[in-house]
Design a protein around this ligand. Sequence first.
Ligand code: XMP
Length: 326
Amino acid sequence: MENIKRPDDMARITTAELAAAFIEEQVREIQKQVGNKKVLLALSGGVDSSVVAALLIKAIGKQLVCVHVNHGLLRKGEPEQVVEVFRDQMDANLVYVDAIDRFLNKLEGVAEPEQKRKIIGAEFIRVFEEEARKLEGIEFLAQGTIYPDILESDGVKAHHNVGGLPEDLQFQLVEPLKLLFKDEVRVVGKALGLPDGMVYRQPFPGPGLGVRCLGAITRDRLEAVRESDAILREEFAAAGLEGKVWQYFTVIPDFKSVGVKDGKRSFAWPVILRAVNTRDAMTATVEDVPFALLQKITQRITAEVPGVNRVCFDLTPKPTGTIEWE
Ligand code: XMP
């Protein structure tokens, strides 16, 4: 990893004008670096990879090949949004890979959290590698590396880490956001015309819903996590909490409890709600969610999500809890 340092006198990108100047400069740089060659990008749909994609589409159009791997662990509506925004609206060269069965088969019966993460990470690289091999004439790999990635680690992102590609599949890197902080990336994304839902989204871990469907992942519990998460997000948005609370999501443990549903005994899963605020994710406090909102979310989840009969709210700050449950 080269030693990259943000110049002390580099202005913070806080306005649309500053973003426009940054975009113009990067478009020139990218065109100069890439020429008429092709560039590959793993497009997760997260803020950083989406902004890199939009910037490269502006600079080199169809010379950019975006690969979106749907591993089955994304939130409701996310893969569809990637296709709609990048293929339909921006006319990007987008390869959509439905790898859901592959990932879920590999994860079957695996309960240990770090093992689950390893499988998801390794399988992602394998799927990406296969797609890269199908394409010809690719010389560059674009990555959504941002400045905190360089400061905090060896510069390789955990969640779209394609640094594990084999020797014979090495590319030159294109990393146009590598000197930017997250808030600046969002301003640039907005200036590039990406939708607010993509630019201002809350953090989402690379292993996705895989670490929120606790223990060994089953398809029915995974669907219940996805559906309950969608309800939580919808209700937070309706209550004006979107963009105000740092991270909020649902978790489903791998045990059931007794309840009553439609006048009959039920034996079903609980859903755990989590909503936290933090500066740097090292410590976190619990959002003081209005009780009436918690009741409404509980009512909707127990009525709308199959297999769920109970909702709990996690009151634990970090420490002693982590933000995620696994
Ligand atoms: P924890 O649970 O450690 O989470 O308090 C801190 C932040 O990191 C996110 N997180 C991950 N992000 N891959 C990621 O890309 C992971 O394996 C992972 N695990 C946790 C978590 O969502 C929170 O924002």
